[in-house]
Design a protein around this ligand. Structure first.
Ligand code: SF4
Length: 490
């Protein structure tokens, strides 16, 4: 379907600039943008998705817009920061046209972004770290490799958004170049980096403000008790100091929380939303449910399928009613169009500090290594052709990504590794994917681990299928009373 969006890059930019500069028209323009976005998502629906999937996408977009507005009204985004947001985030990320053009000229479906962990070093040693990072890790990507990946991403994919994970990104350095030097070198790219926040001083915040193309997502586990319990005593206080520095210089920021069986309630509570979003001015938040990979991997810390469903219900309310962008890699699968891994069209893949190329941050099995790829004349398109990625892409397509609306399978359990471990294990074994650490090697052959993961996925499907069928596959459901009724009855 050759649908034209109702808002162009230029018209949206003009609207937002008017809104920012003129208080009296701000409310009306927000309402106008909401209506247009809704029309585009629901009436145009160029992807031909179920109506509720489109409504979820619209709700998340509007929650992000309101996050920016709240931060702006709290005076927490500098004038320069707003200009850079318009210049990069809006024009090159949200309204990106280069990606489609690059895809057509290469004849390849292209990912939208990459997640890169340039260093394994970390100044903390958190319980259950997915990356097994700490101060004993010495390995980092060298300057040339890190720089080349970012350059190719822009030149080959037309991609202007990069997520940086770790290790602690602020510890990356090669010779005289530090992490923020690399951000400066790629000034037409918007970077979001996951950080423990403890290294963000006034000086670092000031530098980020000057750059304007970088936003930190700061890890918290809830409040002081939960954060210090996992990350070490005194960490919460250092994080609060970091937030003050960011606000002082007008750098917008988000939070990142790892819900486990023990802290999921606080991670999805109104108290957390009130504090971090309404008072502190966080623009966005990510929930990364504990994944049993990396240091001390155990299925016992995972939120149970029942808890996950309860988290989904809470998030629906937080996003729709409170207009807060609190997204979950798993429970927000509808808004993301299912699993984004393995370089799917519009998705991403991951490169770690050893150069391992894996489908996702949460899949510790590699299709290849970027150092080997570069040595043998390849580029960042090479992993897209790997058998491991292709197998996952085939599953993604059959599960829903390439299916008509009425045949979409349950995107409330979208994850190839967490929710469909049997499918994942077969793909990894048949394509000879390489475990990137000892824990990953053990997991693939541990019968308790494999059975536990498969049982988890089956139970989640049993609990979420009724919601999926009633809310998403039904074409006749409206989003008002009927929807709330089924959510509370499940
Ligand atoms: S593999 Fe799981 S965590 Fe990774 S992108 Fe897919 S759904 Fe998300």
């Amino acid at each position: 379907m050759d649908a034209q969006p109702l808002l162009t890059a230029e018209s949206t930019k003009t609207l937002l600039q008017t809104m920012i500069n003129n208080k009296t028209v701000r409310k009306k323009i927000i309402s106008f943008i909401e209506q247009k976005s809704y029309q585009d998502a629901i009436e145009v629906n160029s992807d031909n998705r179920p109506r509720q999937v489109q409504e979820d996408r619209h709700d998340y977009s509007m929650a992000l817009l309101h996050g920016f507005l709240r931060a702006f009204e709290l005076g927490q985004i500098s004038k320069h920061g707003i200009d850079r947001l318009m210049e990069i985030f809006l024009s090159k990320v949200v309204m990106n046209k280069e990606s489609e053009e690059a895809s057509c000229s290469l004849g390849l479906d292209l990912p939208f972004f990459l997640v890169i962990s340039p260093t394994g070093k970390c100044n903390l040693k958190c319980t259950g770290c997915y990356a097994t990072s700490d101060s004993s890790q010495k390995v980092s990507l060298d300057f040339n490799t890190f720089d080349r990946i970012l350059t190719e991403k822009r030149e080959l994919w037309g991609s202007h958004f990069t997520a940086i994970s770790g290790g602690e990104p602020l510890l990356w350095r090669d010779g005289k170049f530090d992490f923020l030097d690399m951000i400066e070198r790629h000034s037409n790219n918007m970077f979001m980096f996951y950080t423990n926040g403890t290294l963000i001083t006034d000086e670092v915040a000031k530098r980020m403000a000057e750059l304007g193309n970088v936003t930190p997502a700061i890890s918290v586990e809830g409040f002081e008790e939960e954060t210090d319990a996992r990350r070490g005593k005194g960490t919460y206080t250092r994080i609060m100091n970091a937030l003050e520095s960011l606000k002082k210089y007008g750098v917008f920021f988000g939070i990142s929380v790892t819900p486990t069986k023990y802290n999921w309630e606080v991670a999805t509570s109104d108290r957390l939303v009130d504090f971090y979003f309404m008072q502190q001015g966080a623009v966005y938040g990510w929930l990364f449910q504990y994944m049993p990979i990396g240091r001390g991997q155990t299925l016992d810390l995972m939120v149970t399928p029942e808890q996950r469903v309860e988290m989904y219900k809470r998030m629906v309310r937080i996003v729709r009613e409170r207009k807060v962008f609190l997204a979950d890699f798993w429970n927000s699968g509808t808004a993301a169009g299912g699993c984004l891994s393995a370089g799917r069209k519009g998705g991403y893949y991951y490169i770690d500090w050893h150069g391992n190329v894996t489908p996702c941050v949460f899949i510790p099995y590699a299709a290849d290594n970027i150092h080997r790829i570069y040595k043998s004349g390849g580029n960042i398109n090479t992993p897209l052709k790997s058998s491991f990625f292709k197998k996952i892409n085939t599953w993604q397509d059959e599960y829903g990504y390439r299916q008509p609306a009425e045949k979409l399978d349950n995107w409330l359990c979208p994850c190839v590794i967490r929710d469909h471990f049997g499918v994942f294990r077969e793909a990894a074994i048949k394509s000879n994917a390489k475990p990137i650490n000892e824990e990953a090697a053990i997991a693939l052959n541990d019968s308790d681990y494999c059975t536990g993961m498969i049982n988890y996925g089956e139970e989640l499907k049993r609990l979420t299928d009724p919601i999926w069928i009633k809310e998403y596959l039904s074409t006749a459901v409206s989003r008002d009373e009927d929807q709330q009724a089924v959510l509370s009855a499940t």
